[in-house]
Ligand binder design. Structure first.
Ligand SMILES: C[S@@+](CC[C@H](N)C(=O)[O-])C[C@H]1O[C@@H](n2cnc3c(N)ncnc32)[C@H](O)[C@@H]1O
Ligand code: SF4
Length: 380
């Protein structure tokens, strides 16, 4: 039996946040939602039927905004997953929620359907900043959502925050992290803003270059966050992720360990047998392919890896974790020594003080955490 993760994409949002380029659409009528879920169910059932040798370790329902739609759709999708796949005894099952779209009843229904981990998109405790980046909720909405989640019994909660936002200050970040820590979630993700092509944020920044904190300020926010969380019971286990011991996201850790996963829905990515592929990023096109029985047209192949490409990617992904790339694991998977295969790259990065080469691992140094992009370039 091969263990896999499942990713289910819910491509609907109430309003597009200015920075976001995840595939999602707004103002959707109920007919489209209905036919989307019929197609999604069909995709899950069809893949399930041809996956007898697979066992599901994690499920991640992401988006878009999974919490924007009636919870009956989520409950039905969970039923479809249970009836289409074998699952391990205690799978990690996560759903992403946006505070502006959640009710206590929805959360209860998620819990009842077997979902055991919640990821709440919060971003900042500063209401002005939330408005400026196009969020649909306030800090108070987030706190209410968090309290409902605890009340209905979620004991594994992640909170997403962002740093390097327009006009954000170090004090803003400090305050946000402090306010979140008081609530005591099991997991906190801290993402550095990426200006994605074609987003409203890109246009805003092009219009006013002063909008964003400079790189030094952004790095100071990162290190302040890291220091604060580490002295308040959180362990950093990946560049952007912190958790209480034992609450690391299994789904994400598996992705960084180059484990296989299958994505469902438009824009969802998959990785199986060394092939990276995705579904077309268009709900209507996705539905049409299934209606016309030409499922293969909904799939876009991005990469078919040979052994070298796979090894390079393995190093790159595992270097994202603070533990780094395990030499034994590398040997087991690729049947040669990491240090022999990538001698010059490792020596160069060590000289630049970007990675540390221990007996068992290569891993990012503190300087490497700030300059990870230079490290990735060596393994592209
Ligand atoms: C799919 S969204 C989370 C769920 C839900 N849609 C929401 O926003 O509340 C995943 C997370 O990625 C982060 N994110 C999205 N776009 C980003 C960007 N351009 N730069 C940095 N982080 C980003 C945000 O923290 C966001 O909460
Ligand atoms: S960040 Fe979340 S809510 Fe905002 S547009 Fe992206 S997916 Fe939708």
């Amino acid at each position: 039996m091969k263990e896999v993760g499942l990713y289910i994409h819910i491509p609907f949002c109430k309003r597009k946040c200015h920075y976001c380029d995840f595939y999602s659409i707004c103002d959707v009528d109920s007919e489209l939602i209905d036919s989307y879920f019929k197609t999604l169910q069909q995709e899950i059932e069809e893949v399930g039927m041809s996956s007898e040798n697979l066992i599901v370790k994690t499920v991640y329902i992401g988006g878009g905004t999974p919490s924007i739609i009636d919870d009956k759709y989520i409950t039905n999708i969970m039923k479809t997953i249970y009836s289409s796949f074998k699952l391990i005894d205690s799978p990690e099952i996560t759903i992403e929620v946006n505070p502006g779209t959640v009710t206590e009843n929805k959360l209860k229904s998620y819990k009842d359907s077997g979902i055991n981990r919640l990821s709440i998109g919060m971003q900042s405790a500063n209401d002005t900043l939330l408005k400026e980046i196009g969020r649909i909720h306030s800090w108070a909405d987030f706190v209410e959502c968090y309290k409902f989640a605890r009340e209905v019994g979620f004991n594994n909660i992640n909170v997403d925050c962002m740093i390097g936002l327009p006009m954000q200050t170090k004090d803003d970040v400090k305050n946000t992290i402090k306010e979140i820590s008081i609530l005591n979630p099991e997991h906190i993700s801290v993402y550095s803003l990426i200006i994605e092509e074609g987003t409203r944020m890109e246009a805003m920044v092009n219009e006013n270059k002063e909008l964003l904190p400079d790189e030094d300020k952004e790095r100071a926010m990162y290190w302040e966050t890291k220091r604060y969380l580490e002295s308040n019971g959180y362990k950093q286990y990946e560049i952007s992720n912190f958790s209480k011991p034992g609450y690391e996201s299994k789904h994400n850790l598996d992705c960084w360990h180059q484990k296989e996963y299958i994505g469902f829905g438009p824009g969802a990515h998959s990785y199986t047998d060394g092939i990276r592929y995705s579904n077309v990023s268009n709900v209507k096109e996705y539905i049409k392919c299934y209606e016309e029985n030409r499922q293969e047209d909904s799939i876009i192949i991005h990469e078919k890896q040979d052994k070298t490409a796979m090894a390079k990617e393995f190093i790159m992904l595992s270097l994202r974790t603070l533990e780094g790339c395990n030499k034994d694991e590398f040997y087991k998977k690729f049947k040669y020594d990491l240090e022999k295969g990538f001698k010059s790259e490792i020596e160069k990065l060590e000289k630049l003080d970007l990675i540390e080469n221990t007996k068992t691992h290569i891993k990012l140094t503190d300087k490497g955490l700030d300059l990870a992009n230079i490290v990735w370039e060596e393994f592209v």
